[in-house]
Structures are given as C-alpha cells and as structure tokens.
Design a protein around this ligand. Structure first.
Ligand code: HXC
Length: 258
C-alpha cells in the first residue's frame, strides 16, 4: 500500500513509521490515522519485524487531532459516525512493541498517541500536553485515562485543566517518558532500544508486553495471576531452553521465536 501522510522504512528487524504532515505539525486527520493503522497492522503481521518505532518531525511528533477538520463537526456527526476517534485504538491491538520517539510538540491527540505506544523516548526539545480544554473540548483518545496512570492524578489534573505543556525533563521526572536524550541522538537511541528488543525471543517479548499492560487493566491479584500463567507458559518455548542453556554455557543465545 502507498501512503501519503506517513513514511515507512525498515532497519534490520525494526520498522520505522514517520508521521509526515510537517507543515501542519503532523496534525492527525482520519487519512493519517487510517494509514498509520494499516501500516501498524502490516508490520505486526510481518515475521521479519520484531519492533516498531513511531516518530514525527523535529518540530512536532504531532500537535493533536486536526482542528480544522474537526471545527465544523456537531455532536451527531462525531457520535453517530465515531468521527475523529474511530481508528485510534488500532494501536492497542498491535502485539509487537511500539516505541514512541518524540521530538517537539506532542499535544492533545499527539500526546495520546505517544501514550498508546509501549514507552516514550523523548528528545530534549519535546513538549507534552493536553490543551483540549482551550478548544472547549476534553481529551478524546485516552488522555484523561492514560495520563493519570502515567504521571499520577495531581499532575494529570494540572495538565488537563490548565492545558499547559510540560517539557521533556518534567515528562521524564514524572514517569511519562522513559528516557530523554539530545535531539540529534533521538533516533539512534530509539533504534538502539528497538534492535535490542529484536534480539530477544519474540514470544517472551510479546508476553512481557501483554503482562505489563495488564497492570493497567485489572486488580493487582488478577495481574499477578495473569503474569504467573504467562511466566509458566514461557517454559513451553524453545527460546526458554535456549536462553537458559546459553547462560549456563556462557554463550550468546540464538532465539528462534518458538
Ligand atoms: C490543525 C494545526 C494543529 C492542529 C498546528 N497546526 N496544530 N492544524 N490541527 N492540531 C497548524 C497551524 O494551524 C499552522 O498552520 C501550522 O500547523 C504551524 O503551526 P503554528 O501555530 O504556526 O506553529 P507555532 O506558532 O510554533 O505553535 C505550535 C503549537 C500550535 C503550539 C503546537 O500550533 C498549537 O497550539 N496547535 C494546536 C495544539 C492543540 O490544541 N492540540 C489539541 C487538538 S485537539 P498554517 O496553515 O497557519 O501554517 C485534539 C483532540 C484529540 O488533539 C482527540 C483524539 C481523538
């Protein structure tokens, strides 16, 4: 499939998807989100791919949903047709890890998109925020739910109610970003992490992602039980035999994703 508003490439077993509406600061419209959903689905199904990196431009990861496209919608349009939000949760169904490499603005839907990824590596010029309140709306793709889980209620309320931006240092301090690096090192850092993940057994990687996500979606007791079942299940894989044998025999493991 050819895309107009995203760029895709691969480096080894890493797929890199770049949001590509730089003049509009990567404002997210339905076409872009459709293209993103379809690229993610294709890479998720591709056996040659082990990890996905999602990034934007230096100035903007994404400055939010496309305000121009939304401006004339009424309640009936958005509710009946599920406009704006209809294809956003596609990212949640991706089973391989997705790393957000964020430079510049990640605002509104841009911040929500970054938070749907498995972790965020931020450049030192990154700015995160949920400024929807300034437009007379509220976040619509998980901002009021994922942000408090990431940074706690106090800071999430502060950001959502004032619409202020937080810089990369504050984002890392508060747990939204896992790492902050100089802008010119962003892709190197994100690719390094992605390539490292690709070296591990894919079943363990997918199970680990699934188990960590469970921490957000149920009680602690359920999460612990879910983890235990998956942990035990990894002992049915060849990769567990290989990983442990390699350690015992002081050699590098060769995982076969079985
Ligand atoms: C459409 C946008 C846009 C957006 C920027 N642009 N953000 N277009 N939708 N979200 C366009 C501008 O109109 C402008 O186009 C060009 O990008 C450059 O932006 P400037 O404002 O000139 O740049 P700058 O002065 O550097 O300011 C950057 C900025 C500002 C602080 C990021 O653009 C801004 O506040 N943008 C809106 C951020 C926002 O409110 N996001 C939340 C949207 S609601 P022209 O043609 O004039 O050059 C949302 C709901 C999510 O995301 C729902 C999820 C489903």
């Amino acid at each position: 499939m050819t895309y107009e508003l995203i760029l895709t490439r691969t480096e080894g077993r890493v797929a890199i998807i770049t949001l590509n509406r730089p003049k509009q600061l990567n404002a997210l419209n339905d076409q872009l989100m459709d293209e993103l959903g379809s690229a993610l689905k294709a890479f998720d199904a591709d056996d040659g791919i082990g990890c996905i990196v999602l990034t934007g431009s230096e100035k903007a990861f994404a400055a939010g949903a496309d305000i121009g496209a939304m401006a004339t919608y009424g309640f009936a349009d958005v509710y009946k047709n599920d406009y704006i939000t209809r294809n956003w949760e596609q990212l949640r169904s991706v089973r391989k890890p997705v790393i957000a490499a964020v430079s510049g603005f990640a605002l509104g839907g841009g911040c929500e998109l970054a938070m749907m990824c498995d972790f965020i590596i931020a450049a030192d010029n990154a700015k995160f925020g949920q400024p929807e309140i300034k437009l007379g709306i509220i976040p619509g793709s998980g901002g009021t739910q994922r942000l408090p889980r990431a940074v706690g209620k106090a800071k999430a309320m502060d950001l959502v109610l004032t619409g202020r931006m937080m810089d990369a240092a504050e984002a890392e301090r508060s747990g939204l970003a896992s790492r902050v690096v100089p802008l010119d090192k962003l892709m190197e850092e994100a690719l390094g992490a992605a390539l490292q993940i690709c070296d591990y057994g894919q079943i363990a990687v997918m199970a680990a992602k699934e188990a960590v996500n469970r921490a957000y979606e149920g009680t602690l007791a359920d999460g612990i039980m879910f983890e235990r079942r998956l942990f035990h299940a990894t002992f049915a894989t060849s990769d567990q035999k290989e990983g442990m044998d390699a350690f015992v025999n002081k050699r590098k493991p060769v995982f076969t994703n079985r």
